[in-house]
Design a protein around this ligand. Structure first.
Ligand SMILES: [Zn+2]
Length: 272
């Protein structure tokens, strides 16, 4: 399933192709993805120019000259490919949406499992969108600080690991990156979220370690996702139950637990 780093990599790949380009033609090869396409979807895109391509959590947002924003989610198996010329290679049966650009390039959305989605929202109403409007800070943005995270976790009895998966506390963090960041920050996933904050909501040292760890784990994953030649050996704890901890000089063995229905991996020796 594409996580934040993969979605950011897709954004970086599509932005140079889409931004500043006019959408010349839209081909829908079926009536729906996870849900139906919006009313008059193709007509509302055609002839308009993409002004900007943003990412918010795991959503891609293409602002259009029509003052609508094309909201895209990759779901479980969605991906985009770009075909440069006039001659498209043969289409796959899971190629569901084709955006033909004025440049001649085509941007093709392929999604075998069809949990992806596309929607159109008025650009100036994005803040009130039921999903986007409720999201917490973007983890890689300057507005995600130890003070902000500590304030959000203050007094919370839920486990810190579960709190970090709450999209209202921080946007778009998936299970893998939460367990990896907690290992880097030497913080056990089992403790209550409140331990990173004082009673007044000020950041404790754990919050000062955790926020940079989250940013670092994501930045490295984006770097890797953009570089197909570098794979393997990428996780310190994720999916490593029973294997030795990768922290230098730590003698711990990685354990697995289930928290809120998701697997948690951690080192009981160096994560406190
Ligand atoms: Zn360890």
């Amino acid at each position: 399933m594409p996580e934040l780093p993969e979605v950011e990599t897709v954004r970086r790949r599509l932005a140079p192709v889409l931004v500043g380009e006019r959408i010349a033609e839209v081909v829908l090869r079926r009536a729906d993805l996870r849900g139906p396409f919006p009313v008059d979807f193709a007509a509302r895109l055609t002839g308009h120019t993409v002004l900007e391509l943003h990412r918010r959590a795991k959503h891609l947002l293409a602002d259009l000259s029509s003052r609508e924003t094309l909201l895209m989610h990759l779901g479980m198996s969605g991906d985009f490919r770009v075909e440069p010329g006039d001659a498209l290679s043969p289409l796959d049966k899971h190629d569901h949406v084709i955006l033909r650009l004025a440049s001649g390039a085509a941007v093709i959305f392929n999604d075998p499992r069809r949990f992806g989605s596309m929607d159109l929202v008025a650009t100036d109403a994005l803040g009130e969108h039921p999903v986007l409007g409720a999201l917490g800070p973007e983890p890689l943005s300057a507005s995600f600080t130890p003070a902000v995270l500590a304030r959000a976790c203050r007094g919370r009895k839920t486990a810190i690991k579960v709190a970090l998966l709450d999209q209202r506390i921080v946007a778009g963090l998936g299970n893998i990156y939460v367990v990896e960041a907690l290992h880097r920050a030497r913080l056990t996933p089992l403790r209550r979220a409140a331990v990173i904050a004082t009673a007044t909501g000020a950041p404790r040292p754990a919050a000062l370690r955790l926020v940079p760890a989250i940013k670092q784990v994501l930045a490295e994953a984006i770097e890797r996702a953009g570089n197909a030649s570098y794979r393997g050996g990428r996780f310190r704890v994720y999916d490593r139950e029973g294997q030795p901890c990768r922290r230098p000089r730590c003698t711990g063995t990685i354990r697995r637990r289930t928290q809120a229905g998701r697997s948690t991996f951690y080192c009981p020796v160096c994560q406190r």
